[in-house]
Design a protein around this ligand. Structure first.
Ligand code: SF4
Length: 386
């Protein structure tokens, strides 16, 4: 029988928790995430109350929670006391592993007394921060509607470091209007100088409905060739600086790979709590409501669906090939009941010959040059329209 939810039965059942905090101080021009501008402390407090009720209702002691990720929105808009109450409820309702990775996304300018706030977060057990820096060029930050300067971001980073955060991730954006290879090089250099432990790169996407999309005629945006050059430049700079390129868009130093995000790429189970949060839990895909009124009223679940075997297989390959470790052929066989080579071997041959894949024992992974053309390769192998 095919095991759609492959698990090594000897391993403890681990679980990641994603906690969505949908508030932002202002809305960035490119953002289509589920987030609202909130200056209303009462609304935030009501949301925290609803979140606590959801955590309690969905709690289970059947798993060991090894990652908790506060994402958004801007979780750092919540007070340390509110974060503490949420973590307290998580610890009441779930078994949280003592060495769980607990991450909080943070935006510069949302933390007024950084030293105190970060010390309080550390005392609560938050041990990883993800800081939205995006660029070290203030003009570029302005163009995408970020309200902080690079100096603000740097000050926030240093305050967190000073408060004892030894694991800080920084986001860097590629393809910002007016960004050039030189300005990107300057931004990447600044991030490397900060000695961030982890760096995530994102290509700016023009999402319909966002202000930046409406203004798209006004700006010159990177064409495909420039975007590819930007990616190549950043990858080289990060690798030269000693970062491991462990996933297409992520780099880590000193073993600081994001444990939580690795769950998504490995199809491990996670439970999303809060407005619009998604889960992959108990063999089902669950989707929370995006309607704040309903959420505050205690109706969090919007949709639940089974995950078909073909969907699982597609995800397993699409997400697994994003990572430097690639996929395990024996796991593929155990999950889907067919050998990887038997099913895809013929299509793979030419890409292997072109140097886009490498095999290490049971593992099959894209090479660095394969990462650069991964969309085209996976489109052909998996036979879908990207
Ligand atoms: S801070 Fe993040 S979630 Fe908030 S508006 Fe900007 S990009 Fe969107």
């Amino acid at each position: 029988m095919i095991d759609n939810n492959f698990k090594n039965e000897k391993a403890p059942r681990n679980l990641g928790l994603y906690i969505h905090i949908p508030f932002c101080r202002t809305k960035c021009l490119y953002c289509d995430f589920c987030s609202f501008v909130s200056r209303d402390e009462q609304q935030r407090e009501a949301y925290v109350g609803a979140l606590l009720r959801e955590i309690e209702a969905r709690g289970t002691k059947d798993y060991s929670v090894d990652t908790v990720y506060f994402g958004g929105g801007t979780p750092s808009l919540l007070s340390a006391e509110q974060i503490g109450r949420i973590l307290g409820e998580i610890k009441e309702s779930f078994n949280v592993s003592p060495d769980a990775e607990i991450t909080l996304e943070c935006n510069p300018m949302t933390v007024s007394d950084g030293d105190k706030y970060f010390k309080e977060l550390r005392a609560l057990g938050v041990n990883r921060l993800s800081l939205g820096v995006q660029s070290a060029v203030d003009g570029e930050l302005k163009l995408i509607g970020r309200r902080h300067s690079f100096e603000d971001a740097k000050a926030t980073f240093l305050a967190a470091r000073g408060a004892g955060f030894e694991n800080i991730s920084v986001d860097l954006m590629l393809g910002i209007p007016s960004q050039t290879l030189d300005s990107l090089r300057a931004s990447a250099n600044q991030v490397i100088k900060l000695a961030a432990d982890h760096i995530s790169i994102y290509s700016l996407q023009l999402e319909e409905g966002t202000p930046l999309y409406r203004m798209r005629e006004r700006y010159s945006l990177a064409d495909d060739d420039t975007a590819a050059d930007m990616y190549e430049l950043v990858v080289k700079m990060m690798k030269d600086a000693g970062y491991r390129h462990y996933e297409i868009s992520n780099f880590a130093r000193g073993g600081r790979e994001s444990k939580h995000n690795c769950k998504y790429w490995r199809l491990d189970e996670y439970l999303g709590l809060g407005l619009a949060a998604h889960s992959d839990f108990g063999g089902k895909r669950l989707e929370n409501t995006r309607d704040m009124e309903r959420y505050l009223g205690g109706e969090w679940l919007e949709a639940a669906s089974d995950i078909s075997n073909s969907e699982r297989e597609f995800e397993f390959l699409m997400l697994g090939f994003r990572t430097a470790d690639g996929i395990s052929k024996s796991e593929f066989l155990a999950r889907f009941g067919v050998g990887f080579d038997e099913k895809y071997g013929e299509k793979m041959e030419k890409f292997k010959k072109m140097g886009y894949f490498c095999e290490k024992g049971d593992a099959l992974a894209l090479t660095e040059s394969g990462f650069e053309v991964s969309n085209a390769i996976l489109t052909e192998i998996l036979d879908f329209d990207y």
